[in-house]
Design a protein around this ligand. Sequence first.
Ligand SMILES: Cc1ncc(COP(=O)(O)O)c(C=O)c1O
Length: 403
Amino acid sequence: MKPLSLAARARLNTLKFTFDEVRSTQVGYPANQNFDYTELLPFLNYPANNVGDPFHDSNYRSNSHQFEREVVARFAGLMRLEPENAWGYVTSGGSEGNMYGLYLGRELYPQGIAYFSEDTHYSVLKNLRVLNMRNIMIKSQDNGEIDYADLYETIRINRDVPVIFMANIGTTMKGAVDNLNTVRRILKDLAITRSYIHADAALSGMILPFVPDPQPYGFDAGIDSVAISGHKLIGSPLPCGVVLTKRDYVARIARSIEYVGVMDTTLLGSRNCWTPLLLWYAFERYGLEGFRELVAEMLAVAEYAVERFNDVGLPAWRNKNSVTVVFPRPSLEVFNKWQIAPLGDIAHLITMPHVTRQMVDELVKDCLAPGTDAGRGQWHRHGYGSYGNGDLEVTNQAAEVAN
Ligand SMILES: Cc1ncc(COP(=O)(O)O)c(C=O)c1O
Protein backbone atom coordinates (compact mmCIF):
# COMPACT_ATOMS: atom_id res chain seq x y z
CA MET A 1 0.00 0.00 0.00
CA LYS A 2 1.23 3.54 -0.72
CA PRO A 3 1.50 6.17 2.07
CA LEU A 4 -1.54 8.34 2.70
CA SER A 5 -1.58 11.53 0.63
CA LEU A 6 -1.40 14.92 2.35
CA ALA A 7 -4.94 15.71 1.24
CA ALA A 8 -6.31 12.48 2.68
CA ARG A 9 -4.40 13.07 5.92
CA ALA A 10 -5.85 16.58 6.14
CA ARG A 11 -9.35 15.17 5.83
CA LEU A 12 -8.75 12.80 8.72
CA ASN A 13 -7.37 15.67 10.82
CA THR A 14 -10.47 17.72 10.09
CA LEU A 15 -12.69 14.86 11.17
CA LYS A 16 -10.74 14.45 14.40
CA PHE A 17 -10.95 18.20 15.01
CA THR A 18 -14.73 18.06 14.59
CA PHE A 19 -15.02 15.13 17.00
CA ASP A 20 -12.94 17.01 19.59
CA GLU A 21 -14.92 20.17 19.11
CA VAL A 22 -18.39 18.69 19.54
CA ARG A 23 -17.63 16.39 22.44
CA SER A 24 -17.76 19.17 25.08
CA THR A 25 -21.37 20.05 24.22
CA GLN A 26 -22.87 16.60 23.62
CA VAL A 27 -25.70 16.31 26.14
CA GLY A 28 -28.69 15.13 24.11
CA TYR A 29 -27.76 11.52 23.38
CA PRO A 30 -26.92 8.65 25.73
CA ALA A 31 -23.31 8.07 24.67
CA ASN A 32 -20.80 8.07 27.52
CA GLN A 33 -17.66 9.82 26.30
CA ASN A 34 -15.46 8.97 29.28
CA PHE A 35 -13.52 5.93 28.25
CA ASP A 36 -9.99 4.89 27.45
CA TYR A 37 -9.41 1.61 25.66
CA THR A 38 -5.90 2.32 24.42
CA GLU A 39 -4.60 -0.89 26.03
CA LEU A 40 -6.69 -2.80 23.52
CA LEU A 41 -5.30 -1.04 20.44
CA PRO A 42 -2.90 -3.91 19.51
CA PHE A 43 -5.95 -6.07 18.79
CA LEU A 44 -6.78 -3.82 15.85
CA ASN A 45 -3.93 -5.48 13.97
CA TYR A 46 -5.59 -8.87 13.59
CA PRO A 47 -8.31 -10.08 11.24
CA ALA A 48 -10.31 -11.26 14.21
CA ASN A 49 -13.88 -12.41 13.84
CA ASN A 50 -16.39 -13.79 16.35
CA VAL A 51 -18.42 -15.68 13.76
CA GLY A 52 -20.91 -18.11 15.29
CA ASP A 53 -22.26 -18.93 18.71
CA PRO A 54 -19.85 -17.77 21.44
CA PHE A 55 -20.71 -20.87 23.49
CA HIS A 56 -19.59 -23.29 20.77
CA ASP A 57 -16.31 -24.04 19.00
CA SER A 58 -15.39 -22.35 15.75
CA ASN A 59 -12.90 -23.30 13.02
CA TYR A 60 -11.95 -19.62 12.88
CA ARG A 61 -9.60 -19.36 15.83
CA SER A 62 -8.87 -15.59 15.93
CA ASN A 63 -11.86 -14.80 18.07
CA SER A 64 -12.69 -13.46 21.54
CA HIS A 65 -15.49 -15.94 22.30
CA GLN A 66 -14.01 -16.66 25.68
CA PHE A 67 -14.28 -12.98 26.63
CA GLU A 68 -17.70 -12.75 25.05
CA ARG A 69 -18.96 -15.58 27.29
CA GLU A 70 -17.67 -13.70 30.32
CA VAL A 71 -19.46 -10.54 29.19
CA VAL A 72 -22.68 -12.53 28.79
CA ALA A 73 -22.21 -13.95 32.31
CA ARG A 74 -21.72 -10.44 33.73
CA PHE A 75 -24.92 -9.20 32.14
CA ALA A 76 -26.80 -12.36 33.17
CA GLY A 77 -25.88 -11.56 36.78
CA LEU A 78 -27.13 -8.00 36.40
CA MET A 79 -30.35 -9.17 34.74
CA ARG A 80 -31.00 -11.85 37.36
CA LEU A 81 -30.76 -14.83 35.04
CA GLU A 82 -29.28 -18.06 36.48
CA PRO A 83 -25.87 -18.70 34.82
CA GLU A 84 -26.71 -22.28 33.82
CA ASN A 85 -29.76 -21.09 31.91
CA ALA A 86 -28.15 -17.98 30.40
CA TRP A 87 -27.32 -17.55 26.75
CA GLY A 88 -26.48 -14.41 24.80
CA TYR A 89 -24.00 -12.66 22.60
CA VAL A 90 -22.51 -9.23 21.93
CA THR A 91 -24.58 -7.48 19.26
CA SER A 92 -24.04 -4.41 17.12
CA GLY A 93 -26.38 -2.49 19.46
CA GLY A 94 -29.85 -2.27 20.91
CA SER A 95 -31.64 -2.53 17.58
CA GLU A 96 -30.10 -5.92 16.76
CA GLY A 97 -30.81 -7.14 20.30
CA ASN A 98 -34.45 -6.11 19.95
CA MET A 99 -34.71 -7.85 16.62
CA TYR A 100 -33.27 -11.00 18.16
CA GLY A 101 -35.81 -10.92 21.00
CA LEU A 102 -38.69 -10.47 18.58
CA TYR A 103 -37.31 -13.25 16.38
CA LEU A 104 -37.22 -15.69 19.31
CA GLY A 105 -40.74 -14.65 20.30
CA ARG A 106 -41.96 -15.26 16.78
CA GLU A 107 -40.25 -18.65 16.55
CA LEU A 108 -42.00 -19.68 19.77
CA TYR A 109 -45.35 -18.22 18.72
CA PRO A 110 -45.44 -17.81 14.92
CA GLN A 111 -49.05 -16.57 15.06
CA GLY A 112 -48.45 -14.21 17.98
CA ILE A 113 -49.24 -10.50 18.01
CA ALA A 114 -46.48 -8.11 19.12
CA TYR A 115 -47.63 -5.28 21.41
CA PHE A 116 -45.54 -2.19 22.02
CA SER A 117 -46.21 1.39 23.12
CA GLU A 118 -46.14 4.63 21.15
CA ASP A 119 -42.94 5.55 22.99
CA THR A 120 -41.06 2.47 21.81
CA HIS A 121 -37.82 3.04 19.90
CA TYR A 122 -38.30 3.47 16.15
CA SER A 123 -36.21 0.39 15.36
CA VAL A 124 -38.87 -1.90 16.78
CA LEU A 125 -41.48 -1.11 14.16
CA LYS A 126 -38.87 -1.65 11.46
CA ASN A 127 -37.86 -4.95 13.06
CA LEU A 128 -41.48 -6.05 13.10
CA ARG A 129 -41.79 -5.25 9.40
CA VAL A 130 -38.63 -7.17 8.57
CA LEU A 131 -39.90 -10.13 10.58
CA ASN A 132 -43.33 -9.76 9.03
CA MET A 133 -44.98 -9.98 12.45
CA ARG A 134 -48.51 -8.97 13.23
CA ASN A 135 -48.36 -6.07 15.67
CA ILE A 136 -50.42 -3.48 17.49
CA MET A 137 -49.22 -0.17 18.87
CA ILE A 138 -50.60 0.71 22.31
CA LYS A 139 -51.14 4.24 23.62
CA SER A 140 -48.62 5.74 26.01
CA GLN A 141 -49.19 7.77 29.13
CA ASP A 142 -47.80 11.29 29.26
CA ASN A 143 -44.74 10.18 31.20
CA GLY A 144 -43.86 7.72 28.40
CA GLU A 145 -45.00 4.55 30.19
CA ILE A 146 -47.42 2.26 28.33
CA ASP A 147 -51.13 2.89 28.90
CA TYR A 148 -52.13 -0.26 30.80
CA ALA A 149 -55.84 0.22 30.25
CA ASP A 150 -55.34 0.32 26.47
CA LEU A 151 -53.02 -2.69 26.67
CA TYR A 152 -55.61 -4.64 28.67
CA GLU A 153 -58.42 -3.80 26.32
CA THR A 154 -56.41 -4.57 23.18
CA ILE A 155 -55.18 -7.94 24.41
CA ARG A 156 -58.71 -8.73 25.66
CA ILE A 157 -60.17 -8.53 22.18
CA ASN A 158 -57.37 -10.75 20.83
CA ARG A 159 -57.39 -13.24 23.67
CA ASP A 160 -57.07 -16.27 21.44
CA VAL A 161 -53.73 -15.10 20.04
CA PRO A 162 -50.35 -15.47 21.85
CA VAL A 163 -48.85 -12.23 23.18
CA ILE A 164 -45.35 -11.06 22.29
CA PHE A 165 -44.79 -8.02 24.47
CA MET A 166 -42.04 -5.48 23.90
CA ALA A 167 -41.42 -3.91 27.31
CA ASN A 168 -39.68 -0.57 27.47
CA ILE A 169 -37.20 -0.57 30.31
CA GLY A 170 -36.32 3.08 29.80
CA THR A 171 -37.87 4.76 26.77
CA THR A 172 -35.68 6.71 24.39
CA MET A 173 -37.27 10.09 24.89
CA LYS A 174 -38.49 10.09 28.50
CA GLY A 175 -36.66 7.22 30.20
CA ALA A 176 -39.98 5.64 31.21
CA VAL A 177 -40.17 2.04 32.43
CA ASP A 178 -43.16 -0.15 31.62
CA ASN A 179 -44.27 -1.90 34.77
CA LEU A 180 -43.57 -5.61 34.24
CA ASN A 181 -45.62 -6.61 37.29
CA THR A 182 -48.62 -4.82 35.87
CA VAL A 183 -48.13 -6.35 32.43
CA ARG A 184 -47.91 -9.83 33.93
CA ARG A 185 -51.02 -9.13 35.99
CA ILE A 186 -52.89 -8.16 32.83
CA LEU A 187 -51.81 -11.41 31.13
CA LYS A 188 -52.94 -13.38 34.17
CA ASP A 189 -56.28 -11.56 34.49
CA LEU A 190 -56.98 -12.35 30.84
CA ALA A 191 -55.85 -15.98 31.27
CA ILE A 192 -53.24 -15.63 28.52
CA THR A 193 -51.10 -18.75 28.75
CA ARG A 194 -48.95 -18.23 25.66
CA SER A 195 -46.80 -15.12 26.00
CA TYR A 196 -43.26 -13.90 25.48
CA ILE A 197 -41.80 -10.71 26.98
CA HIS A 198 -38.78 -9.01 25.46
CA ALA A 199 -37.28 -6.06 27.37
CA ASP A 200 -35.70 -3.16 25.54
CA ALA A 201 -33.32 -1.98 28.25
CA ALA A 202 -30.93 -0.08 25.98
CA LEU A 203 -29.86 2.49 28.58
CA SER A 204 -31.67 1.62 31.81
CA GLY A 205 -30.41 -1.97 31.69
CA MET A 206 -27.16 -0.55 33.05
CA ILE A 207 -28.92 1.75 35.55
CA LEU A 208 -31.59 -0.28 37.33
CA PRO A 209 -29.24 -3.06 38.58
CA PHE A 210 -27.30 -0.38 40.45
CA VAL A 211 -30.02 1.65 42.19
CA PRO A 212 -31.45 0.96 45.64
CA ASP A 213 -35.11 0.86 44.57
CA PRO A 214 -35.37 -0.30 40.94
CA GLN A 215 -38.58 -0.85 39.04
CA PRO A 216 -38.97 -4.55 38.06
CA TYR A 217 -36.60 -5.10 35.12
CA GLY A 218 -35.01 -8.57 35.00
CA PHE A 219 -35.68 -12.23 34.35
CA ASP A 220 -37.01 -12.49 37.91
CA ALA A 221 -39.75 -10.09 36.76
CA GLY A 222 -40.82 -12.43 33.97
CA ILE A 223 -38.88 -11.29 30.91
CA ASP A 224 -37.78 -13.89 28.34
CA SER A 225 -35.06 -11.84 26.67
CA VAL A 226 -33.43 -8.42 26.97
CA ALA A 227 -31.33 -6.08 24.84
CA ILE A 228 -28.88 -3.62 26.40
CA SER A 229 -26.62 -1.19 24.55
CA GLY A 230 -22.90 -1.14 25.31
CA HIS A 231 -22.00 2.20 23.76
CA LYS A 232 -24.56 4.06 25.87
CA LEU A 233 -23.83 3.90 29.59
CA ILE A 234 -20.63 1.86 29.49
CA GLY A 235 -19.19 3.86 26.60
CA SER A 236 -17.44 2.48 23.53
CA PRO A 237 -15.86 3.82 20.34
CA LEU A 238 -17.83 1.18 18.41
CA PRO A 239 -21.59 0.76 18.76
CA CYS A 240 -22.38 -2.50 20.52
CA GLY A 241 -24.77 -4.20 22.90
CA VAL A 242 -25.74 -7.46 24.47
CA VAL A 243 -28.75 -9.68 23.98
CA LEU A 244 -29.59 -12.21 26.68
CA THR A 245 -32.11 -14.99 26.78
CA LYS A 246 -32.73 -18.49 28.10
CA ARG A 247 -30.85 -21.44 26.57
CA ASP A 248 -33.96 -23.46 25.73
CA TYR A 249 -35.29 -20.77 23.42
CA VAL A 250 -32.08 -20.62 21.42
CA ALA A 251 -31.96 -24.39 20.94
CA ARG A 252 -35.09 -23.98 18.80
CA ILE A 253 -33.33 -21.83 16.21
CA ALA A 254 -29.79 -23.29 16.26
CA ARG A 255 -28.34 -24.81 13.09
CA SER A 256 -24.91 -26.31 12.70
CA ILE A 257 -22.80 -24.85 9.87
CA GLU A 258 -20.04 -27.15 8.63
CA TYR A 259 -18.18 -24.48 6.61
CA VAL A 260 -17.07 -22.50 9.69
CA GLY A 261 -17.67 -25.27 12.22
CA VAL A 262 -20.02 -23.12 14.28
CA MET A 263 -23.54 -23.18 15.61
CA ASP A 264 -25.52 -20.54 13.75
CA THR A 265 -27.54 -18.96 16.53
CA THR A 266 -26.71 -15.26 16.04
CA LEU A 267 -28.39 -12.89 13.60
CA LEU A 268 -25.17 -12.01 11.80
CA GLY A 269 -22.52 -14.36 10.44
CA SER A 270 -19.20 -12.55 10.81
CA ARG A 271 -19.27 -10.63 14.06
CA ASN A 272 -17.17 -8.06 15.84
CA CYS A 273 -14.32 -9.48 17.92
CA TRP A 274 -13.41 -6.11 19.39
CA THR A 275 -16.67 -5.13 21.06
CA PRO A 276 -16.72 -8.14 23.45
CA LEU A 277 -13.18 -7.14 24.43
CA LEU A 278 -14.26 -3.55 25.06
CA LEU A 279 -17.15 -4.59 27.28
CA TRP A 280 -15.04 -7.15 29.11
CA TYR A 281 -12.37 -4.48 29.68
CA ALA A 282 -14.93 -1.98 31.00
CA PHE A 283 -16.27 -4.54 33.51
CA GLU A 284 -12.73 -5.39 34.62
CA ARG A 285 -11.89 -1.76 35.24
CA TYR A 286 -15.15 -0.47 36.71
CA GLY A 287 -16.24 -3.52 38.65
CA LEU A 288 -19.80 -3.55 39.96
CA GLU A 289 -18.96 -0.99 42.64
CA GLY A 290 -17.53 1.35 40.00
CA PHE A 291 -20.74 1.17 37.97
CA ARG A 292 -22.80 1.72 41.12
CA GLU A 293 -20.88 4.93 41.86
CA LEU A 294 -21.11 6.05 38.24
CA VAL A 295 -24.89 5.56 38.16
CA ALA A 296 -25.37 7.33 41.52
CA GLU A 297 -23.49 10.36 40.22
CA MET A 298 -25.42 10.40 36.92
CA LEU A 299 -28.71 10.36 38.83
CA ALA A 300 -27.47 13.14 41.13
CA VAL A 301 -26.57 15.30 38.11
CA ALA A 302 -29.99 14.55 36.56
CA GLU A 303 -31.73 15.72 39.74
CA TYR A 304 -29.49 18.78 39.78
CA ALA A 305 -30.56 19.54 36.19
CA VAL A 306 -34.28 19.23 37.04
CA GLU A 307 -33.79 21.62 39.95
CA ARG A 308 -31.79 24.16 37.92
CA PHE A 309 -34.42 24.21 35.14
CA ASN A 310 -37.24 24.52 37.65
CA ASP A 311 -35.39 27.28 39.55
CA VAL A 312 -35.55 29.46 36.45
CA GLY A 313 -39.18 28.56 35.73
CA LEU A 314 -38.63 25.98 32.98
CA PRO A 315 -40.76 22.90 33.64
CA ALA A 316 -38.24 20.07 33.52
CA TRP A 317 -38.89 16.62 34.96
CA ARG A 318 -37.66 13.05 34.89
CA ASN A 319 -39.02 9.59 35.58
CA LYS A 320 -37.96 7.60 38.63
CA ASN A 321 -34.41 6.19 38.32
CA SER A 322 -33.92 7.95 35.01
CA VAL A 323 -31.04 10.13 33.84
CA THR A 324 -33.19 11.54 31.04
CA VAL A 325 -34.33 15.05 31.89
CA VAL A 326 -37.24 16.29 29.79
CA PHE A 327 -37.60 20.03 29.20
CA PRO A 328 -39.32 22.37 26.72
CA ARG A 329 -37.89 22.30 23.21
CA PRO A 330 -35.31 25.09 23.10
CA SER A 331 -34.33 27.50 20.32
CA LEU A 332 -32.49 26.31 17.23
CA GLU A 333 -29.20 27.77 18.49
CA VAL A 334 -29.40 25.88 21.78
CA PHE A 335 -30.50 22.82 19.95
CA ASN A 336 -27.51 22.88 17.60
CA LYS A 337 -24.95 23.87 20.19
CA TRP A 338 -25.88 21.12 22.65
CA GLN A 339 -26.85 18.39 20.13
CA ILE A 340 -30.29 18.11 21.66
CA ALA A 341 -32.73 15.32 20.72
CA PRO A 342 -36.19 16.79 20.04
CA LEU A 343 -39.72 15.37 19.90
CA GLY A 344 -42.45 17.89 19.14
CA ASP A 345 -42.60 20.38 22.01
CA ILE A 346 -40.08 18.63 24.18
CA ALA A 347 -36.38 17.93 24.26
CA HIS A 348 -34.17 16.00 26.62
CA LEU A 349 -30.82 16.13 28.28
CA ILE A 350 -29.25 12.84 29.32
CA THR A 351 -26.78 13.12 32.16
CA MET A 352 -24.21 10.66 30.94
CA PRO A 353 -20.94 10.51 32.93
CA HIS A 354 -19.27 13.23 30.85
CA VAL A 355 -22.13 15.70 31.54
CA THR A 356 -21.06 17.93 34.42
CA ARG A 357 -23.04 20.31 36.63
CA GLN A 358 -21.20 23.15 34.95
CA MET A 359 -22.47 22.01 31.53
CA VAL A 360 -25.98 21.84 32.97
CA ASP A 361 -25.67 25.42 34.31
CA GLU A 362 -24.52 26.63 30.91
CA LEU A 363 -27.31 24.80 29.07
CA VAL A 364 -29.98 26.22 31.42
CA LYS A 365 -28.56 29.71 30.90
CA ASP A 366 -28.68 29.24 27.11
CA CYS A 367 -32.28 28.02 27.35
CA LEU A 368 -33.33 31.28 28.94
CA ALA A 369 -32.51 33.17 25.75
CA PRO A 370 -35.62 34.34 23.82
CA GLY A 371 -37.53 31.77 21.78
CA THR A 372 -36.84 28.78 23.99
CA ASP A 373 -40.11 28.44 25.87
CA ALA A 374 -42.11 26.61 23.21
CA GLY A 375 -43.23 23.95 25.66
CA ARG A 376 -44.33 26.18 28.54
CA GLY A 377 -47.94 25.79 29.54
CA GLN A 378 -48.36 22.65 27.46
CA TRP A 379 -47.36 20.11 30.03
CA HIS A 380 -49.78 17.34 30.72
CA ARG A 381 -50.56 15.39 33.83
CA HIS A 382 -48.55 12.23 34.28
CA GLY A 383 -51.40 9.74 34.59
CA TYR A 384 -51.13 6.36 36.25
CA GLY A 385 -53.84 4.67 34.18
CA SER A 386 -56.27 2.29 35.78
CA TYR A 387 -53.66 -0.49 35.77
CA GLY A 388 -50.87 1.58 37.29
CA ASN A 389 -49.83 0.36 40.72
CA GLY A 390 -48.52 3.64 42.02
CA ASP A 391 -44.86 2.78 41.42
CA LEU A 392 -44.48 5.73 39.11
CA GLU A 393 -42.87 8.64 40.83
CA VAL A 394 -42.22 11.45 38.44
CA THR A 395 -39.49 13.49 40.07
CA ASN A 396 -41.14 16.61 39.05
CA GLN A 397 -42.16 19.86 40.51
CA ALA A 398 -43.11 20.84 37.01
CA ALA A 399 -45.91 18.27 36.83
CA GLU A 400 -47.49 19.98 39.80
CA VAL A 401 -47.01 23.35 38.12
CA ALA A 402 -48.85 22.05 35.06
CA ASN A 403 -51.59 20.36 37.08
C1 LIG B 1 -34.89 2.52 24.16
C2 LIG B 1 -33.96 2.28 22.99
N1 LIG B 1 -34.00 1.11 22.36
C3 LIG B 1 -33.20 0.83 21.32
C4 LIG B 1 -32.29 1.76 20.87
C5 LIG B 1 -31.44 1.42 19.71
O1 LIG B 1 -30.21 1.14 20.20
P1 LIG B 1 -28.93 1.16 19.23
O2 LIG B 1 -28.73 2.57 18.82
O3 LIG B 1 -27.88 0.61 20.16
O4 LIG B 1 -29.22 0.24 18.10
C6 LIG B 1 -32.20 3.00 21.50
C7 LIG B 1 -31.26 4.01 21.03
O5 LIG B 1 -31.25 5.13 21.40
C8 LIG B 1 -33.06 3.26 22.58
O6 LIG B 1 -33.05 4.44 23.21
